[in-house]
Design a protein around this ligand. Structure first.
Ligand code: MG
Ligand code: MG
Length: 255
């Protein structure tokens, strides 16, 4: 069931979304060569505590997961696509890092992700990240009343495929509200004009995931959480929580 949010609820979700934005900015600012993923998790956790917010990630255990998620931040490096578990791994020059973060404040959830390079970037990584951001912008641009879910999916998928990148099937965006994952699903590829009509008050997490090598294959790492590309190529993941309104899409996790 898709829950439509009131304008007051959307304002409250914006408050939660701004905690997410601040945490991602802080973690990105803290990231550098020699910094560990656990240290980034701690930086993000500090922002949560200061805001009086809690983590929808910590302890989260969907059906595919062998253990509850042990952190507040997902940190996915290089060939890790999403759901990376923060470890003592220390970032190296040229690493491509994707950070995914959620916050719950006043009973509402925000969800967002960024990708960036630590140290000296490879041109190929910059192109991958730039394309992911362009796919996200295209998806958000299609998140307007009168369109359908398939229009968002098609907008995202077209940008990714035109650039020659792979898309991991089975993972994508979702409704957000009192819970991190609500209906409807928002696939990263699809047919325009299909699916649920978009209405004022729908709030969606839109989150392209791109695989540099062009193939779509992925697998879970031994930790049961981290998803890695089958071809070993690098991946990027960016995400915003977006409210669909009569006056256009409102990015609740804007930084
Ligand atoms: Mg997320
Ligand atoms: Mg999400």
């Amino acid at each position: 069931m898709v829950e439509l949010k009131t304008d007051t609820s959307i304002d409250a979700m914006h408050e939660a979304g701004q905690v997410v934005a601040r945490a991602l900015t802080a973690a990105r600012d803290a990231a550098g060569v020699g910094v560990s993923l656990l240290e980034l998790d701690e930086v993000a956790h500090d922002v949560l505590r200061e805001a009086g917010a809690t983590s929808p990630f910590l302890g989260y255990r969907p059906s595919f997961a062998p253990v509850p998620f042990p952190a507040v931040l997902c940190a996915s490096v290089n060939d890790a696509i999403v759901h990376g578990v923060p470890t003592a791994y220390r970032l190296r020059d040229g690493d491509l890092v994707s950070l995914d973060f959620g916050a719950e404040l006043g009973g509402w959830v925000g969800d967002s992700a960024i990708s960036f390079v630590v140290g000296r970037p490879r041109p190929a990584d910059l192109r991958l990240i730039e394309t992911a951001e362009r796919a996200l912008a295209a998806g958000i641009g299609a998140a307007v009343v009168g369109n359908r879910i398939g229009d968002i999916a098609h907008a995202i998928g077209s940008v990714c495929r035109t650039a020659g990148y792979g898309i991991p099937e089975g993972f994508g965006g979702h409704g957000v509200g009192r819970h991190m994952h609500e209906d409807p699903g928002v696939p990263n590829e699809g047919r325009p004009g299909r699916g649920l009509p978009l209405r004022h008050g729908m709030v969606l997490a839109i989150e392209p995931m791109l695989i540099a090598g062009g193939a779509d294959g992925y697998h879970a790492a031994p930790d049961g959480w981290t998803l890695r590309t089958d071809d070993g190529s690098r991946a990027a993941h960016v995400e915003h929580t977006v409210a669909i309104t009569d006056s256009g899409p409102r990015i609740l996790t804007a930084r």
